[in-house]
Design a protein around this ligand. Structure first.
Ligand SMILES: Nc1ncnc2c1ncn2[C@@H]1O[C@H](COP(=O)(O)OP(=O)(O)O)[C@@H](O)[C@H]1O
Ligand SMILES: [Mg+2]
Length: 251
C-alpha cells in the first residue's frame, strides 16, 4: 500500500523544506522503498530544494494540449496528454518527482480533472511513499485529485497567527471532507521554548503538535546558495529535529 504524506500550511512556513527533509529521511531510513515527490504548490519550488531541474509541469502540458492542433494526427487527446504526462516525470536514483504547476490563463484543471485523477492514482500505486508539497488552500486535495491522505503535516511559523492559520487548514480538511487518516502540526523555524508559549493556541486548533523544526542557519545558507537541501549534513539542526519527528510518526 502506498503511504501518502501531504504537507500543507501558509506560504513561508517551511513546507518545501519539510518535504525535502522528508524525502531525505525516506531515502536514507527506508532504503529500497520507492518514493514519489509531488509538488502541488502553484508556486512550485520543491525541485530546487531537491536539486532538480524541471522543464514540464502538468499545468503547462494541459495548457499546451488545449489547442486541438497540438495533438498529433492519429492520436486521441487523452492518449497524447497521458504520453506527455509520462514524460514530465523527473526520475532520480532514489525518488521521482512530478510538478503540478498552475493552469495558465483563466480556468482550471476542470476538463482533465478525471484524467489527472486517474493518472495520479495509477502513478501512486507504483510507489511505497508519496510526498505531496501543497499550498495552504489544499486545491489539489480538495478537488480530490488524490483519493486519500494517510498523514497530513500542517506547518506553521512560530507565531499565534501562524498557528491559527494552521487551524484553518484543519477546517478546510473537515469542510471538504478530504479523507485524512492522521494529521498534526509542525512548527517550523522555531526558537527554543516557543512551543510552550504557543501551547494554548495549539490546543485551540485541535491539532496534535508533532514537533518543532528549529531555526537552522544551515538551511538558510543552503537556500541562499541554491544548494539542494538533500545534501544537508547529518548534524544540521533541522535534519536532526525532523528525523526525530518522522521516527516518532513511524513512517
Ligand atoms: N528550519 C529552518 N531554519 C531556517 N530557515 C528555514 C527553515 N525552514 C525554512 N526556512 C527558510 O524559510 C523560507 C521558507 O521556507 P519554505 O520551506 O520554502 O516554506 P514554504 O514552502 O512553506 O513556502 C526559506 O527561505 C527557507 O530557507
Ligand atoms: Mg514551498
Amino acid at each position: 500500500m502506498t503511504k501518502r504524506i501531504a504537507i500543507a500550511g501558509k506560504g513561508g512556513t517551511g513546507k518545501t523544506t519539510l518535504a525535502a527533509l522528508l524525502i531525505r529521511y525516506l531515502t536514507e531510513e527506508k532504503k529500497g522503498n520507492t518514493i514519489l515527490a509531488v509538488d502541488a504548490d502553484a508556486n512550485a519550488n520543491l525541485n530546487e530544494a531537491l536539486g532538480l531541474e524541471v522543464n514540464e509541469t502538468i499545468g503547462t502540458i494541459l495548457e499546451d494540449t488545449k489547442d486541438p492542433k497540438a495533438v498529433p494526427t492519429g492520436m486521441t487527446k487523452d492518449i497524447f496528454i497521458e504520453y506527455r504526462l509520462s514524460r514530465a516525470m523527473v526520475e532520480e536514483d532514489d525518488f521521482d518527482l512530478v510538478v503540478m504547476g498552475s493552469p495558465q490563463g483563466p480556468g482550471c484543471y476542470c476538463y482533465p480533472n478525471d484524467l489527472l485523477k486517474n493518472y495520479l492514482e495509477k502513478l501512486s500505486k507504483n510507489y511505497d511513499y508519496m510526498v505531496i508539497d501543497n499550498e495552504a488552500g489544499l486545491e489539489h486535495l480538495s478537488r480530490r485529485l488524490l483519493p486519500t491522505v494517510d498523514l497530513l503535516l500542517v506547518t506553521s511559523d512560530s507565531t499565534a497567527r501562524g498557528v491559527r492559520s494552521a487551524g484553518r487548514v484543519r477546517e478546510i480538511v473537515d469542510n471538504v471532507k478530504i479523507a485524512v487518516s492522521k494529521m498534526g502540526l509542525i512548527i517550523g523555524r522555531s526558537q527554543e521554548g516557543v512551543s510552550k508559549q504557543l501551547e494554548q493556541e495549539v490546543k485551540k486548533t485541535g491539532l496534535e503538535l508533532f514537533g518543532e523544526v528549529p531555526n537552522d542557519p544551515m538551511v538558510a545558507d543552503y537556500d541562499l546558495k541554491g544548494e539542494a537541501l538533500l545534501k544537508l549534513p547529518d548534524d544540521s539542526e533541522a535534519v536532526k529535529a525532523t528525523k526525530e519527528i518522522f521516527k516518532s510518526l513511524s513512517l
